[in-house]
Design a protein around this ligand. Structure first.
Ligand SMILES: *Cc1c(COP(=O)(O)O)cnc(C)c1O
Length: 366
């Protein structure tokens, strides 16, 4: 067998590691921030009917502009943030927001260009940067994983990137990001500002998101996904809201017909049930808050979180604890942040199983 090293692969890909969250099937899976609730049955039936109708014409290429889907997504966003003025012209979609981010870097990054991010953050940001030949610049956060406006501006001035990636709320820390930081970053250079809002629906209700900043900021892109709040990770549907000129840029790099007719049909049907699909969000937030409370009581140090997961410190041996939980059929995430582990909020039963195991595995503190 040939090893990767022997292939004439691009020099800048040599020695890199692929995205590698362990993909194990266990009774309690709280490791990749999925929505742990299944799709409600009536919604599933509508999705199946919608896919079935589409299947009859699947001999033809799908709508390359996914017009109906963009209309549905715009309606959904305008509903969650009234007055943001988002129409289907502002929307673009792809197979997961990872593909959205990849298309953004294909259009606005690439060889000779750079993207600034602020670790610890979503590991795919740097992996997508490398895959598209874009130099990844790791900025630094303030204490508490925060990014103040002046910190963002200093890093932009110091490193002159072409693109800046923010993640709000941030994965894996759960940290919220102030709109003042996004505004300051935007004004600090002429490049593209991307706000990855994969977890926006889990943030405190009623607080404006980066969508509220789009008006008058043609270089700002807000990336969203149906993977988390919408319980649609397996269907692969990510999207963005931005100035229509941004979507024109992405048309230059996307593959024709990149969104299958079946994906489009499934997503449109699911979006028609947005309130029902999102009914679990409040539940999940309650389980997350329960985790924060009980982990604190056990002597751990969970960070404030506005997402559907909790990063907690105070773990003496993260790898050992991760393994002991695994032995009990519970998988969470070890991100190699010293003294920390991350756990996704589950259903009430899953959360109970996790907390019971943690109680058992935590030695009494002196
Ligand atoms: C989970 C996650 C995504 C989702 O990616 P999809 O490709 O839409 O499934 C995007 N960004 C962040 C920060 C995430 O944690």
């Amino acid at each position: 067998m040939t090893s990767l090293d022997e292939l004439p692969i691009r020099d800048d890909l040599r020695g890199l590691e692929p995205y590698g969250a362990p993909h194990l099937h266990l009774p309690v899976e709280l490791n990749v921030n999925e929505n742990t609730h299944p799709i409600p049955e009536d919604v599933a039936r509508d999705i199946i009917e919608s896919i079935a109708r589409e299947l009859i014409t699947v001999n033809r290429y799908p709508d390359r502009e996914f017009t109906a889907l963009r209309e549905s997504l715009a309606g959904y966003l305008e509903g969650t943030e009234p007055g943001s003025g988002i129409t289907r012209e502002h929307i673009w979609a792809a197979n997961g927001s990872n593909e959205i981010l990849q298309q953004i870097l294909m259009a606005f990054g690439g060889p000779g260009r750079s993207v600034l991010g602020f670790p610890p953050t979503y590991s795919m940001h740097s992996i997508i940067a490398k895959g598209t030949g874009t130099e990844w610049i790791a900025g630094e956060r303030d204490p508490g994983f925060l990014i103040s406006p002046s910190t963002a501006v200093e890093w932009i001035q110091k490193t002159t990137p072409d693109v800046v990636f923010f993640c709000a709320p941030n994965n894996p820390t759960g940290t919220a990001l102030g709109l003042d930081t996004i505004r300051a970053a935007y004004d600090a250079f002429d490049g593209i500002v991307v706000v990855d809002e994969a977890y926006a629906e889990f943030a405190p209700a009623g607080e404006p998101t980066a969508l509220s900043l789009l008006e008058g900021r043609p270089r700002l892109i807000v990336s969203r996904t149906m993977s988390k709040a919408f319980a649609f990770a397996g269907a692969r549907l990510g999207y963005l809201a931005a100035d229509p000129a941004v979507t024109d840029a992405l048309r230059l790099v996307r593959l024709p017909y990149h969104l299958s007719a079946l994906t489009q049909a499934a997503a449109v049907a699911a979006l028609a049930h947005a309130p029902e699909m999102l009914a679990m969000v409040d539940d999940i937030k309650a389980q997350r808050d329960r985790m924060v409370e009980e982990l604190t009581a056990l002597g751990y140090s969970p960070w404030p979180t506005a997402a559907n997961f909790v990063l907690f410190g105070g773990v003496d041996e993260p790898e050992a604890l991760w393994q002991q939980l695994l032995d009990r059929g519970i998988i969470i995430r070890n991100l190699s942040i010293p003294g920390h582990l991350r756990v996704s909020a589950g259903t009430a039963a899953e959360t109970t199983a996790f907390l019971d195991a943690m109680r058992e595995l935590t030695p009494p503190r002196p």
